[in-house]
Design a protein around this ligand. Structure first.
Ligand code: TLP
Length: 342
């Protein structure tokens, strides 16, 4: 029996239309700016997010790294949430490769950081202190259960950042999930951000790639940094072709993933040995607390029974719905989890 793989939306496979587009893609040397398919994708992405320009990168991690390197110099500091992907899951790249220091501000369970805490963390001029050169937000917030930051909250952080003349970077790996869940144009979530990264290879199901978006000047500098970190790709239209299909055909269907995630949470909420709040499930991520065991133990028992989940800490399991997981798969997963726990 095929396991029901809910570890991440990164496991999504390209759609038949993507494979066809990859096969037919017109390509050229993108480091020389001559890949027409990459150029088309970058224009589309910039237009969708309301920015002047965009850059295709290898991954969400690379987009975030380039953004930090672009906004900060060695010894500078950036403000980031305690639960942020940039801080916890990117191998310490900004410090390791950029010499950029971070200042972590507590994330509330809904993925926000309080404005007062952010303001308190902004450094005043003093020779003892690094200089605050960047504030980072994440939307949707992965470790906060896929919560979507609202346009109102995001605008309030943009305003604060602007008052202090500090740029703002948005890790929007799943920004389209946020836009669909909130029923807003994605631009409402990105306006005011100096840079935004979003991923093609998660819920949008493309095989590879992320787009970093910002002003023309920012992207010009980012393009050089992409080369520096080894991310200059040649006939990358092969990748971009799938990305174009992703943007054209895979955004609206994210609502199905959100409904499936809610269904899953509702289906397992009463079970012994776990705690889950379906009311908190806004997008495609379901966090489940293992109350009687370690998350890794429960993960192993579920995997043996045919449901794959990931862990986020000692007590937390994560289930992610995505393209390729139908309502019937979720119903089956609920039945399996029920069996394992009872
Ligand atoms: N997240 C992955 C893992 O790394 C945890 C996942 O399975 O969710 N920002 C956010 C908010 C992310 O969730 C991720 C990937 C990234 C950036 C990095 O993207 P990639 O994997 O393309 O480098």
């Amino acid at each position: 029996m095929r396991p029901i793989d809910l570890r991440s939306d990164t496991v999504t496979l390209p759609t038949p239309e993507m494979r066809e587009a990859i096969f037919r893609a017109e390509v050229g040397d993108d480091v020389m700016g001559e890949d027409p398919t990459v150029n088309k994708l970058e224009e589309m992405a910039a237009e969708r997010l309301g920015k002047e320009a965009a850059l295709l990168t290898v991954s969400g991690t690379m987009s975030n790294l380039i953004a930090v390197l672009c906004h900060c110099q060695r010894g500078d500091e950036f403000i980031v949430g305690t639960e942020a992907h940039i801080l916890l899951y990117e191998a310490g790249g900004s410090a390791g490769l950029g010499g950029v220091h971070h200042r972590a501000v507590a994330n509330a369970p809904d993925g926000t950081m309080s404005l007062a805490d952010i303001e308190e963390a902004i450094r005043v001029p003093n020779i003892h202190f690094p200089r605050t050169r960047l504030i980072c937000l994440e939307n949707t917030h992965n470790r906060c259960g896929g919560e979507a930051l609202t346009p109102e909250y995001t605008a309030s952080v943009f305003d604060l950042a602007r008052r202090y003349a500090i740029p703002l970077h948005l890790d929007g790996a799943r920004i389209f999930n946020a836009a669909v869940a909130l029923g807003v144009d994605v631009k409402e979530l990105t306006t005011g951000a100096d840079s935004v990264g979003f991923c093609l290879s998660k819920g949008l199901s493309a095989p590879v790639g992320s787009l970093l978006c910002g002003s023309g000047d920012f992207i010009e500098r980012a393009r050089r940094l992409r080369k520096m970190v080894g991310g200059g790709m040649r006939q990358a239209g092969i990748i971009a072709a799938a990305g174009i299909v992703a943007l054209e055909t895979m955004v609206d269907r994210l609502a199905d993933d959100h409904a499936n995630a809610r269904l899953l949470a509702e289906g397992i909420q009463e079970l012994p040995g776990i705690a889950v709040d379906p009311g908190r499930v806004q997008t495609n991520i379901v966090l489940v607390e293992a109350t009687d065991s370690l998350a890794t133990d429960l993960q192993a028992r579920l995997a043996a029974a045919g449901v794959k989940a990931s862990t986020m800490g000692r007590r937390t399991l994560r289930f992610v719905t995505h393209y390729g997981i139908e309502r019937a798969d979720v119903e089956e997963a609920i039945a399996i989890i029920r069996q394992v726990l009872s």
